[in-house]
Ligand binder design. Sequence first.
Ligand code: BDR
Ligand code: CA
Length: 339
Amino acid sequence: SVSLLVDCDTGIDDALALAYLCSQPQVELVAVSSTPGNVGAEQVARNNLSLLELCGRPDVPVAIGARAPLRIPLTTTPETHGPQGVGYAELPEPRGQLNGVDAVELWVEAARSRPGELTALLTAPLTNFALALRAEPRLPELLRGVVIMGGSYYYQGNTTPTAEWNTHVDPHAAAEVFAAFSGLPEECLPVVCALETTERIELTPGHVAALAAEAGCTEPELVLPEQPEGRRSTASNELVRHLSDMLRFYFEFHRKYGQGYVAHIHDYFAASVAARTARYSTRTATVHVETAAPKLIGTTVADFRGLWGEPPNARIVSENHPSEAFAELVRALGGLARS
Ligand code: BDR
Ligand code: CA
């Protein structure tokens, strides 16, 4: 089994990641914390509460930590994820309350009380995790593992020509996090889901239709490109309806940016790595996050060959298996919606 502390900025692909984790019987969700990123922290927390309730997990504590990146103002991305972070979906008002404890405190307490047991899954800017490392520098040793979605290491970014979104929104936090792992034994280094591998997890309307069928929806799921923009799902299954309404927005966003009527569901891949259901390979590297040069802010550079003479601080995913990832997602989310 896997016991997870999740930090996310929900976010359409974060939502898929959370729903996927709820479908996995081997996953214990210890807590879900909310980082500002795709939308502000309060909205992220609201989305997390609502989604966990929809997925039958109202018991999972949801907390808020930082309200803004460490040193720079927050940029959100309504064009990518919609004004509320969940595309066209209108999630029900959550019934539960936020956990009153600050997310950073919650993480530190959880890691100290269960040393060597908890795995961190980070699918947002690394603000909360950087603050937790400041509060408890032994965190890398206290955790069983760390999985990060962030950075691009082989070619180009999705936010600036060279920077990926999560490292761009809070570059100072990302730099602190990578520095904290420098020189630790290889098994302690974070597994980093590079943009180059998460962009291969490219969902299509066919996958949504398969998921709806798997969930037992008798009406076809109409998230097709020829439909007018903004058309809402008619699925009778509530979870399928919300997922379809999120994904239609994500498909339309990717099409506007010339990537086709598809959706890169980065954070789901990271979740499947943390849940130990994905096959992947990694390369050890020393990662530098640029925080000064104006046009390179948030850019991640990986030294795979030891040319800087600095110890490694990351294991970067270099290979993954998209068709297996889709089959797993369709089966898991279809099953969750049916249940
Ligand atoms: C990352 O940016 C966010 O918009 C997504 O949720 C994902 O975590 C991909 O660059
Ligand atoms: Ca995210």
